[in-house]
Design a binder for this molecule. Structure first.
Ligand SMILES: Cc1cc2nc3c(=O)[nH]c(=O)nc-3n(C[C@H](O)[C@H](O)[C@H](O)COP(=O)(O)OP(=O)(O)OC[C@H]3O[C@@H](n4cnc5c(N)ncnc54)[C@H](O)[C@@H]3O)c2cc1C
Length: 379
């Protein structure tokens, strides 16, 4: 019998962890390194949206739909992920937004996304917490929610349990990878980790060991994006679906349709911070609310209150009620292949040394697509 193959994975975010899942499923023994005591990057700072609705037709939609299947399958095995097939509602506040939602609902792939255009009464039947003002909503049944603060430890628990009795999965936090060689990496303690395959999922750490490859790939344009988020105390009522406002129609490629040019200019506060409202209720009832987009570095080191006021006003206008007290605010940074430069690439994968593969740059679709990206790496 062939001896067991070994994969070394660096980066304990969702991409690294999904690569660990994919590797174990293919029979690899896995050593998983993370520089922090616990992952603290984009994967724990996001909404936990498994977001199919806004994906571009074609390969991006197919990747997201495959990932959605894998999330559902993992969700059934690992309850700690908090996977909920909750769907989403994108709400229109004026005629132009409603017309664009109508166009989206008539797309040839609308059925694959589970799209259905709803009038305000039907919106409230699906999500009774929505007592505010809106002209209609696009239901996307394919969208889902996971709990980002729970996903990584839950998946590691699953991997550790599957590996019982064998040396199947070893989690090594507090190990920063500082050097790369063929089929190996060295951590900051000087220890070498060798594997048949080494996978680097270092998120938005674009310097360090990923630096040389990304600099070479400068043409490919992998950039960093910073977002602001907040979370409230629990709301007493269930918000049955994830929510997005009409500003999201400006950002997601699925809505790059003729009606987009008819959208009125974005309000000043939203325009300055490139805001869109996304709102997800956490398992404990709290509301995760965001987001903004900052592209130019150096990024602000502090958070901007104007953006938060705008997002709060938007959330309250749709819910028709004040949101609970904000308990937490944070910012997060993700790595993204620049859509204007990268063309068709949905993320960046490159062999940086023989047997060492760097995977990053999935952008705002990284939580969604991570299980399918990991599958593609092994394919
Ligand atoms: C605020 C925000 C909201 C978002 N919302 C969503 C959403 O709802 N849905 C969605 O699909 N996507 C969303 N995204 C995008 C998604 O979160 C990211 O694309 C995804 O988490 C990237 O995962 P990652 O594992 O590549 O990166 P990360 O989560 O950043 O993980 C990288 C890890 O590598 C470690 N690391 C770095 N360098 C080293 C080294 N040298 N040695 C060892 N370890 C190292 C880091 O400490 C980190 O833990 C959002 C992102 C942000 C910031």
């Amino acid at each position: 019998m062939a001896s067991t193959q070994r994969a070394v994975i660096a980066g304990g975010g969702v991409l690294g962890t999904m690569h660990a899942v994919a590797a174990r499923r293919r029979g690899f023994e896995v050593v998983h390194l993370e520089r922090e005591a616990e992952a603290r990057g984009a994967s724990v700072r996001n909404f936990g949206l498994v977001w199919v609705s806004g994906r571009k037709a074609g390969r991006e939609l197919s990747l997201a739909l495959r990932a959605r299947e894998l999330w559902a399958e993992l969700g059934a095995r690992v309850p700690g992920l908090g996977f909920r097939a909750a769907g989403s509602l994108t709400l229109a506040t004026g005629d132009a937004e409603l017309a664009l939602l109508k166009e989206a609902a008539a797309l040839p792939d609308a059925e694959r996304r589970g799209f259905e255009l709803l009038d305000p009464t039907a919106v409230r039947e699906v999500n009774p917490a929505l007592r505010g003002e809106f002209a209609g909503g696009l239901l996307c049944r394919a969208d889902a929610i996971v709990e980002p603060r729970q996903v990584l430890p839950a998946l590691r628990g699953y991997l550790a349990a599957r590996g019982q009795g064998t040396s199947g999965y070893a989690w090594l936090p507090g190990r920063e990878v500082t050097e790369v060689a063929p089929n190996a990496v060295r951590d900051h303690t000087g220890a070498w980790h060798r594997g048949d395959l080494v996978i680097l999922c270092l998120g938005a750490a674009h310097t360090g060991v990923a630096g040389a490859s990304l600099a070479r790939g400068g043409v490919l344009g992998v950039r960093r994006v910073r977002l602001q988020m907040m979370q409230t105390a629990p709301l007493a009522e269930r918000v049955t679906t994830a929510l997005a406002d009409g500003d999201s129609l400006r950002y997601y490629p699925a809505y790059d349709l003729p009606g987009r040019v008819q959208l009125p200019p974005q309000g000043a506060a939203a325009g300055r911070s490139r805001a869109q409202l996304l709102l997800v209720q956490r398992a404990d009832g709290g509301l995760t609310i965001g987001d903004t987009h900052e592209y130019a570095e150096p990024f602000a080191f502090d958070v901007d209150e104007d953006a938060y006021e705008h997002l709060r006003a938007r959330a309250e206008a749709l819910l028709g009620a004040p949101i609970p007290r904000v308990q937490r605010r944070w910012a997060g940074v993700y790595s993204e292949v620049d859509p204007d430069v990268a063309g068709r690439a949905l993320y960046h994968r490159a062999e940086v040394e023989p047997g060492v593969v760097l995977v990053t740059g999935p952008g705002g679709r990284g939580m969604t697509c991570s299980p399918a990206i990991a599958e593609e790496t092994f394919r």
